[in-house]
Design a protein around this ligand. Sequence first.
Ligand code: VGL
Ligand code: ZN
Length: 210
Amino acid sequence: MILEPGDVLVVIDVQNDFLPGGRLPVPEGDRVIGPINRLIGLFPHVVVTQDWHVPGHASFAGSHPGRAPFDTVALAYGPQVLWPEHCVQGTAGAELAPGLDATRAGLVIRKGHAPLVDSYSAFLEADRRTRTGLAGYLRERGLRRLFLCGLATDYCVLWSALDARAEGFETLVVEDAVRGIDRDGSVARAWAEMAAAGVLRIASAAITGT
Ligand code: VGL
Ligand code: ZN
């Protein structure tokens, strides 16, 4: 695959809390860093996202007395999976993985900072109304084709990929540069949902630059 001037690498939530040893570890989450660093060197544009919660965020199990991580509760906008406390603004767990070479990123977009609203998607918060501004940024910069990588396949990568398609972007997920949380077959379901929405899969080795 030859990259074009309108191509952008979108690096999703490669943060300490999602790596082995973090508060919400994604199995093999650290394995995405090598392929992503190689891709960062190839792409004309790089955007990075960070999960960026306030303390006591509504997606934390600890904010709901009697509830445990991975329970589902009803919030104002619908069902919400509860998570261990993770990616709290300003903490070490919320920092980008130290091995990630994010120096070339032109934009860091932070999401999930409203106390009562989660945001898996890099485009649209879980109320499905509040926009992060990413679609506007990409359009203003003339970026049309998105290559998604990072964590986690079945949550933030999935929702970002579906919303990217809904916004009309050509969307590819770099299959060896993502890892999933994988509860009850959620990774397999995520790939099926993305395929049905027209999201393409590509191996990082097939991306060779301009
Ligand atoms: C994520 C669960 C909670 C993710 C973020 O980055 O996929 N998953 N917050
Ligand atoms: Zn989160």
